[in-house]
Write a protein that binds this ligand. Structure first.
Ligand code: COA
Length: 256
Protein backbone atom coordinates (compact mmCIF):
# COMPACT_ATOMS: atom_id res chain seq x y z
CA UNK A 1 0.00 0.00 0.00
CA UNK A 2 1.00 3.63 -0.36
CA UNK A 3 2.43 3.56 -3.89
CA UNK A 4 5.75 2.31 -5.21
CA UNK A 5 7.77 4.93 -3.32
CA UNK A 6 7.17 5.89 0.31
CA UNK A 7 8.51 9.34 1.03
CA UNK A 8 9.34 10.90 4.38
CA UNK A 9 10.26 14.55 4.34
CA UNK A 10 12.32 16.61 6.80
CA UNK A 11 13.80 20.11 6.46
CA UNK A 12 17.24 18.92 5.42
CA UNK A 13 16.55 15.47 3.95
CA UNK A 14 14.09 13.17 2.27
CA UNK A 15 13.94 9.41 2.74
CA UNK A 16 12.46 7.48 -0.21
CA UNK A 17 11.70 3.82 0.34
CA UNK A 18 11.04 1.51 -2.62
CA UNK A 19 7.77 -0.16 -1.81
CA UNK A 20 6.88 -3.15 -4.00
CA UNK A 21 8.08 -5.85 -1.61
CA UNK A 22 5.81 -8.46 -3.21
CA UNK A 23 7.79 -7.92 -6.44
CA UNK A 24 11.13 -7.55 -4.64
CA UNK A 25 10.91 -3.80 -5.36
CA UNK A 26 11.28 -4.39 -9.11
CA UNK A 27 11.39 -0.97 -10.72
CA UNK A 28 8.32 -0.51 -12.92
CA UNK A 29 7.01 2.53 -14.77
CA UNK A 30 5.05 3.70 -11.70
CA UNK A 31 8.27 3.64 -9.64
CA UNK A 32 10.08 5.62 -12.35
CA UNK A 33 7.23 8.16 -12.45
CA UNK A 34 7.40 8.52 -8.66
CA UNK A 35 11.20 8.98 -8.84
CA UNK A 36 10.74 11.74 -11.45
CA UNK A 37 8.20 13.50 -9.21
CA UNK A 38 10.63 13.27 -6.31
CA UNK A 39 13.47 14.64 -8.46
CA UNK A 40 11.30 17.60 -9.50
CA UNK A 41 10.70 18.33 -5.82
CA UNK A 42 14.39 18.03 -4.90
CA UNK A 43 15.51 20.17 -7.85
CA UNK A 44 13.12 22.87 -6.63
CA UNK A 45 13.99 22.48 -2.93
CA UNK A 46 17.38 20.74 -2.68
CA UNK A 47 17.78 18.33 0.24
CA UNK A 48 19.87 15.23 0.85
CA UNK A 49 18.13 12.11 -0.44
CA UNK A 50 18.32 8.72 1.27
CA UNK A 51 17.17 5.90 -1.02
CA UNK A 52 16.31 2.60 0.61
CA UNK A 53 14.57 -0.68 -0.10
CA UNK A 54 12.12 -2.60 2.06
CA UNK A 55 11.61 -6.11 3.44
CA UNK A 56 15.28 -6.98 3.09
CA UNK A 57 15.54 -6.08 -0.60
CA UNK A 58 16.83 -2.88 -2.20
CA UNK A 59 15.54 -3.63 -5.73
CA UNK A 60 15.64 -6.84 -7.76
CA UNK A 61 16.00 -4.96 -11.03
CA UNK A 62 13.85 -3.35 -13.63
CA UNK A 63 10.43 -4.98 -13.80
CA UNK A 64 11.05 -7.91 -16.13
CA UNK A 65 7.33 -8.29 -16.92
CA UNK A 66 7.31 -4.73 -18.31
CA UNK A 67 10.81 -5.04 -19.78
CA UNK A 68 9.84 -8.06 -21.87
CA UNK A 69 7.13 -6.06 -23.63
CA UNK A 70 9.32 -3.04 -24.35
CA UNK A 71 10.55 -2.57 -27.91
CA UNK A 72 13.30 -0.60 -29.68
CA UNK A 73 11.52 2.74 -29.37
CA UNK A 74 11.13 2.19 -25.61
CA UNK A 75 14.83 1.40 -25.29
CA UNK A 76 15.67 4.68 -27.04
CA UNK A 77 13.50 6.61 -24.57
CA UNK A 78 15.87 5.50 -21.80
CA UNK A 79 13.08 5.09 -19.29
CA UNK A 80 15.31 4.03 -16.39
CA UNK A 81 18.52 5.65 -17.63
CA UNK A 82 17.02 9.14 -17.71
CA UNK A 83 15.46 8.82 -14.27
CA UNK A 84 18.78 7.63 -12.81
CA UNK A 85 20.69 10.47 -14.55
CA UNK A 86 18.26 12.90 -12.94
CA UNK A 87 18.84 11.31 -9.53
CA UNK A 88 22.62 11.43 -9.98
CA UNK A 89 22.39 15.10 -10.91
CA UNK A 90 20.30 16.18 -7.93
CA UNK A 91 21.91 19.24 -6.35
CA UNK A 92 22.35 17.73 -2.89
CA UNK A 93 23.95 14.35 -2.06
CA UNK A 94 22.15 11.06 -2.62
CA UNK A 95 22.80 8.16 -0.23
CA UNK A 96 21.76 4.60 -1.17
CA UNK A 97 21.10 2.33 1.83
CA UNK A 98 21.26 -1.15 0.33
CA UNK A 99 19.91 -4.14 2.21
CA UNK A 100 19.82 -7.42 0.26
CA UNK A 101 19.43 -7.64 -3.50
CA UNK A 102 20.38 -4.72 -5.73
CA UNK A 103 20.31 -6.32 -9.16
CA UNK A 104 20.12 -4.99 -12.69
CA UNK A 105 18.26 -1.68 -12.66
CA UNK A 106 18.29 -1.86 -8.84
CA UNK A 107 22.08 -1.86 -8.89
CA UNK A 108 22.09 0.95 -11.44
CA UNK A 109 19.83 3.02 -9.20
CA UNK A 110 22.37 2.50 -6.43
CA UNK A 111 25.28 3.43 -8.76
CA UNK A 112 23.51 6.76 -9.36
CA UNK A 113 23.90 7.63 -5.66
CA UNK A 114 26.90 9.60 -4.39
CA UNK A 115 27.33 7.38 -1.33
CA UNK A 116 26.42 3.70 -0.97
CA UNK A 117 26.25 1.70 2.25
CA UNK A 118 25.02 -1.86 2.66
CA UNK A 119 24.23 -4.75 5.00
CA UNK A 120 25.84 -8.21 5.30
CA UNK A 121 23.12 -9.65 3.01
CA UNK A 122 23.94 -7.24 0.19
CA UNK A 123 23.96 -8.92 -3.24
CA UNK A 124 24.74 -6.59 -6.10
CA UNK A 125 25.19 -7.25 -9.76
CA UNK A 126 24.08 -6.84 -13.34
CA UNK A 127 22.68 -10.09 -14.76
CA UNK A 128 21.27 -8.30 -17.86
CA UNK A 129 23.23 -10.23 -20.49
CA UNK A 130 21.59 -13.38 -19.11
CA UNK A 131 18.23 -11.82 -20.04
CA UNK A 132 19.39 -10.92 -23.52
CA UNK A 133 19.88 -7.20 -22.91
CA UNK A 134 22.63 -4.93 -21.69
CA UNK A 135 22.76 -2.87 -18.52
CA UNK A 136 21.92 0.42 -20.20
CA UNK A 137 20.78 2.52 -17.23
CA UNK A 138 24.19 3.55 -15.96
CA UNK A 139 26.23 0.40 -15.34
CA UNK A 140 28.35 0.75 -18.46
CA UNK A 141 29.63 4.17 -17.44
CA UNK A 142 29.05 4.53 -13.69
CA UNK A 143 30.26 1.12 -12.54
CA UNK A 144 33.73 1.71 -13.98
CA UNK A 145 33.86 5.14 -12.37
CA UNK A 146 33.16 3.42 -9.04
CA UNK A 147 35.27 0.24 -9.20
CA UNK A 148 37.55 0.81 -12.21
CA UNK A 149 37.50 -0.56 -15.76
CA UNK A 150 38.86 -4.06 -15.17
CA UNK A 151 36.46 -5.00 -12.37
CA UNK A 152 33.49 -3.34 -14.03
CA UNK A 153 33.85 -5.18 -17.32
CA UNK A 154 34.42 -8.50 -15.50
CA UNK A 155 31.22 -7.94 -13.50
CA UNK A 156 29.20 -6.89 -16.54
CA UNK A 157 30.40 -9.73 -18.76
CA UNK A 158 29.89 -12.45 -16.17
CA UNK A 159 26.73 -10.99 -14.65
CA UNK A 160 27.84 -12.39 -11.32
CA UNK A 161 26.63 -11.08 -7.98
CA UNK A 162 28.96 -9.31 -5.56
CA UNK A 163 28.49 -10.01 -1.84
CA UNK A 164 28.90 -7.52 1.01
CA UNK A 165 32.52 -8.35 1.76
CA UNK A 166 33.59 -7.96 -1.86
CA UNK A 167 31.46 -4.85 -2.36
CA UNK A 168 33.25 -3.22 0.57
CA UNK A 169 36.67 -4.36 -0.66
CA UNK A 170 36.20 -2.99 -4.19
CA UNK A 171 34.61 0.26 -3.03
CA UNK A 172 31.15 -0.46 -4.36
CA UNK A 173 29.89 0.41 -0.87
CA UNK A 174 31.75 2.48 1.70
CA UNK A 175 30.44 0.68 4.80
CA UNK A 176 28.48 -2.37 5.94
CA UNK A 177 26.00 -2.17 8.81
CA UNK A 178 23.60 -4.64 10.39
CA UNK A 179 20.10 -4.17 8.88
CA UNK A 180 18.73 -2.36 11.95
CA UNK A 181 21.68 0.07 11.82
CA UNK A 182 21.50 0.76 8.07
CA UNK A 183 19.03 3.65 8.04
CA UNK A 184 20.47 5.18 11.24
CA UNK A 185 23.91 5.07 9.55
CA UNK A 186 22.49 6.76 6.45
CA UNK A 187 20.98 9.44 8.70
CA UNK A 188 24.33 9.92 10.44
CA UNK A 189 25.91 10.61 7.04
CA UNK A 190 23.07 13.03 6.27
CA UNK A 191 23.64 14.67 9.69
CA UNK A 192 27.31 15.26 8.88
CA UNK A 193 26.37 16.73 5.51
CA UNK A 194 23.76 18.94 7.17
CA UNK A 195 26.42 20.42 9.50
CA UNK A 196 28.45 21.60 6.51
CA UNK A 197 27.64 24.66 4.44
CA UNK A 198 24.87 23.89 2.03
CA UNK A 199 26.18 26.05 -0.84
CA UNK A 200 29.64 24.49 -0.48
CA UNK A 201 28.10 21.01 -0.54
CA UNK A 202 26.10 21.77 -3.68
CA UNK A 203 29.18 23.27 -5.35
CA UNK A 204 31.35 20.29 -4.38
CA UNK A 205 28.93 17.82 -5.93
CA UNK A 206 28.51 19.89 -9.10
CA UNK A 207 32.24 20.47 -9.57
CA UNK A 208 33.08 16.83 -8.81
CA UNK A 209 30.74 15.74 -11.57
CA UNK A 210 32.07 18.22 -14.17
CA UNK A 211 33.91 16.75 -17.17
CA UNK A 212 37.72 16.55 -16.92
CA UNK A 213 38.31 19.30 -19.49
CA UNK A 214 36.27 21.80 -17.42
CA UNK A 215 38.79 21.60 -14.57
CA UNK A 216 40.19 23.65 -12.97
CA UNK A 217 38.06 26.48 -14.39
CA UNK A 218 34.85 25.02 -12.98
CA UNK A 219 36.48 24.65 -9.54
CA UNK A 220 37.74 28.22 -9.53
CA UNK A 221 34.46 29.74 -10.66
CA UNK A 222 32.60 27.90 -7.90
CA UNK A 223 35.24 28.85 -5.35
CA UNK A 224 35.04 32.51 -6.41
CA UNK A 225 31.35 32.49 -5.58
CA UNK A 226 31.89 30.78 -2.22
CA UNK A 227 34.74 33.16 -1.29
CA UNK A 228 32.19 35.98 -1.35
CA UNK A 229 29.50 34.16 0.62
CA UNK A 230 28.59 35.51 4.08
CA UNK A 231 28.54 31.93 5.36
CA UNK A 232 32.23 31.47 4.45
CA UNK A 233 33.15 34.60 6.48
CA UNK A 234 30.95 33.52 9.38
CA UNK A 235 32.34 29.97 9.52
CA UNK A 236 35.97 31.03 9.18
CA UNK A 237 35.63 33.87 11.69
CA UNK A 238 34.00 31.48 14.13
CA UNK A 239 36.92 29.05 13.73
CA UNK A 240 39.55 31.76 14.23
CA UNK A 241 37.77 33.30 17.23
CA UNK A 242 37.42 29.90 18.83
CA UNK A 243 41.17 29.41 18.46
CA UNK A 244 41.89 32.88 19.83
CA UNK A 245 39.68 32.22 22.86
CA UNK A 246 41.41 28.88 23.45
CA UNK A 247 44.85 30.52 23.15
CA UNK A 248 43.80 33.22 25.65
CA UNK A 249 42.55 30.57 28.06
CA UNK A 250 45.78 28.58 27.75
CA UNK A 251 47.82 31.73 28.33
CA UNK A 252 45.84 32.64 31.44
CA UNK A 253 46.34 29.12 32.77
CA UNK A 254 50.14 29.20 32.34
CA UNK A 255 50.57 32.65 33.89
CA UNK A 256 52.26 32.41 37.30
N1 COA B 1 10.93 -7.99 -12.32
C1 COA B 1 9.67 -8.39 -12.15
N2 COA B 1 9.28 -9.17 -11.13
C2 COA B 1 10.24 -9.57 -10.26
C3 COA B 1 11.57 -9.21 -10.38
C4 COA B 1 11.91 -8.37 -11.48
N3 COA B 1 13.17 -7.93 -11.67
N4 COA B 1 12.26 -9.77 -9.37
C5 COA B 1 11.38 -10.46 -8.64
N5 COA B 1 10.15 -10.34 -9.18
C6 COA B 1 8.89 -10.95 -8.70
C7 COA B 1 8.80 -12.40 -9.02
O1 COA B 1 8.36 -12.61 -10.34
C8 COA B 1 7.81 -12.87 -7.99
O2 COA B 1 6.53 -12.49 -8.41
P1 COA B 1 5.25 -13.47 -8.17
O3 COA B 1 5.20 -13.68 -6.68
O4 COA B 1 4.13 -12.70 -8.71
O5 COA B 1 5.59 -14.73 -8.90
C9 COA B 1 8.16 -12.01 -6.79
O6 COA B 1 8.85 -10.88 -7.29
C10 COA B 1 9.07 -12.70 -5.81
O7 COA B 1 10.19 -13.15 -6.51
P2 COA B 1 10.93 -14.54 -6.16
O8 COA B 1 11.84 -14.84 -7.30
O9 COA B 1 9.94 -15.56 -5.77
O10 COA B 1 11.73 -14.09 -4.85
P3 COA B 1 13.03 -14.75 -4.22
O11 COA B 1 13.21 -14.05 -2.93
O12 COA B 1 12.96 -16.23 -4.27
O13 COA B 1 14.21 -14.33 -5.21
C11 COA B 1 15.52 -12.79 -6.53
C12 COA B 1 14.65 -13.00 -5.27
C13 COA B 1 15.87 -11.31 -6.58
C14 COA B 1 16.78 -13.64 -6.48
C15 COA B 1 14.70 -13.20 -7.79
O14 COA B 1 13.42 -12.63 -7.72
C16 COA B 1 15.32 -12.74 -9.10
O15 COA B 1 16.25 -13.36 -9.57
N6 COA B 1 14.79 -11.64 -9.68
C17 COA B 1 15.24 -11.14 -10.97
C18 COA B 1 16.61 -10.53 -10.86
C19 COA B 1 17.06 -9.98 -12.20
O16 COA B 1 17.37 -10.68 -13.14
N7 COA B 1 17.13 -8.65 -12.26
C20 COA B 1 17.61 -7.96 -13.42
C21 COA B 1 16.50 -7.33 -14.14
S1 COA B 1 17.14 -6.21 -15.37
Amino acid sequence: MGGPLLIERADDRVVAVLNRPEKRNAIDQATIDALHDLCAELEETPRTLILAGSSGVFAAGADIAQLRERRAADALRGINANAFVRIAELPMPVIAAIDGYALGGGAELAYAADIRIGTPSLAMGNPETGLGILAAAGASWRLKEIVGDARAIELLLTGRTVDAEEALRIGLVSAIHEPDRLLPAAHEIADRIARNDRAATIATKRVFRAPRDRHPAVDLEAQAELFESPEKFRRMTEFLERRDRRAERDEARTEP
